[in-house]
Design a protein around this ligand. Structure first.
Ligand SMILES: NC(=O)c1ccc[n+]([C@@H]2O[C@H](COP(=O)([O-])OP(=O)(O)OC[C@H]3O[C@@H](n4cnc5c(N)ncnc54)[C@H](OP(=O)(O)O)[C@@H]3O)[C@@H](O)[C@H]2O)c1
Length: 286
């Protein structure tokens, strides 16, 4: 980042701690990034100061994410890399095989965080979580966690996991009330990682976010991301446009007032969810 307030050299210091993991508050989402675009965006983001990358088996871009990491010249141990196991691989042997394949694709010897991507109702957590813990103990992942887990599933996962779970990655942005699952995560010391943190671009058009942004000389997207990080919620906005990387990261040089935080908190509505999916074992996702 340039030093004019976007925070060059300081992005790394903005992090949350959870069960020994230090997770940078800002990461780069990579869903739907592919090929050279993906490699270039990852490389450029790291050059600008991002130190956290989010990918997954199902995004089919781990190779490009790894290539971008190496092309950036940023030392491997300075970057927090997350990937995810797809639920059709939650049976213990499949999970271990898939974890190894993730590392092969990324061309890394370990990832910082390995997540269960979505709950799979067909495989008991009592089998999957010990397998995930084993992968951690074998050194393939420094930390483990979950994604898209509801309050009840967070409780069950925490109870069954032989190793601490460091995060639940879930959809969080101002248009969706996630207060119950966020509370459940906090109760058990899990970090909350917000996916679709700008509601897949919708935040840019919201009149309240635009108005609050004007008071701070910031965009609606920056206000949206600030609202999350100011609650110690990790954000992983995704862009395919290099010119947006810097502005999406310029969220650590201003503060929202309590009143502004509360106003943004009232934007939630019942149809606010932007990712409508639940894993049912459908073969096309295998
Ligand atoms: N665990 C899960 O199940 C799960 C589910 C969904 C997502 N995720 C992760 O979370 C990441 C982020 O979520 P997401 O990709 O769904 O959505 P998002 O980050 O909320 O929004 C991405 C969209 O916003 C646009 N955008 C980015 N910066 C912008 C800006 N400054 N102004 C206006 N528009 C902007 C992007 O367009 P341009 O590319 O044109 O900039 C893109 O269309 C994903 O990439 C993925 O890594 C995880």
């Amino acid at each position: 980042m340039p030093r004019n307030g976007t925070g060059e050299g300081t992005l790394v210091t903005h992090a949350v701690e959870a069960h020994g993991a230090r997770i940078p508050l800002l990461g780069l989402g990579t869903w739907e990034l592919s090929g050279r675009t993906c490699t270039r965006i990852v490389e450029q983001a790291l050059r600008l100061g991002y130190r956290h990358l989010d990918t997954a088996h199902i995004y089919d871009n781990e190779r490009e994410v790894g290539d971008g990491l190496r092309a950036s010249g940023v030392p491997r141990d300075e970057v927090f890399v997350t990937t995810k196991i797809w639920p059709s691989h939650f049976a213990p042997h499949d999970l271990e095989r898939s974890a190894k394949e993730r590392l092969t694709r990324l061309r890394l010897s370990e990832v910082d965080l390995l997540l269960l991507h979505w709950p799979n109702p067909n495989v008991p957590l009592a089998e999957t979580l010990p397998a995930l813990a084993k992968v951690k103990r074998e050194g393939l992942a420094r930390h483990i966690g979950i994604s898209n887990f509801t309050v009840a599933l967070v409780e069950e996962a925490v109870r069954l996991s032989p190793e601490p779970l460091v995060c639940n990655q879930i959809e969080v942005h101002p248009f969706l009330d996630q207060s119950k699952v966020v509370s459940a995560c906090r109760k058990h010391g899990l970090a909350v990682v917000a996916y679709s943190p700008i509601a897949r671009g919708q935040a840019a058009r919201d009149p309240t976010l635009i108005e609050i942004g004007k008071a701070h000389g910031k965009s609606a997207v920056q206000v949206c991301l600030r609202w999350l990080v100011q609650q110690d919620i990790v954000v992983i906005p995704r862009t395919a446009k290099i010119e947006r990387l810097s502005s999406n990261a310029a969220i650590f040089d201003f503060m929202l007032s309590d009143d502004e935080m509360a106003r943004i908190g009232k934007l939630a509505h019942p149809r606010g969810r932007v990712v409508n999916y639940s894993f049912s074992g459908a073969p096309q996702w295998d």
